[in-house]
Design a protein around this ligand. Sequence first.
Ligand SMILES: [Zn+2]
Length: 128
Amino acid sequence: MALIKCPECGKEVSDKAQTCINCGCPLAQVNPAGTVTVAVNGPGMVKMYIFDLTTGNELWCGRNGEVARFNVDNETEISVIGSMEKRHPERGAKALVRGGRKYEYKMVQSFLGGRYVINEIDVLDSGR
Ligand SMILES: [Zn+2]
C-alpha cells in the first residue's frame, strides 16, 4: 500500500481508498491504476475482444454475457469488438476507462438505429 496526497486537503491517504477519509474527495481520479471490470453484453455467442487502442494490445478475450476483468496502469482508451472485426479495433465501441471502475458494453437504440456503447455503471447485475 502506498500513500498519496489528497489533491483537495493535502492529507496523506491510501492509494487504495476510493475517497479521502478526511474530506471525501474522490481519489479514483487521482490514481487510475487497477482492475477494470466490463460486463460484455453484446449479441449472440461470438467471441469478443477488448483492445488497448493506444498500444494495440489485447486486454481480454471471451464471449458475450461474460464479465471482463483486466488491469490498467493509467487511464486507458479501450475498444470492445467482435471476432469478425478484431483486426480493426478502431471500429469498436470505445471508452476511456480507469482502474477500480465498472463498465457495461451494450446496445442502445436511437432514431439512427442500434449502436454499441460502453457506459460506466455503479454495480454489476446480481450474480456476476
Ligand atoms: Zn482530502
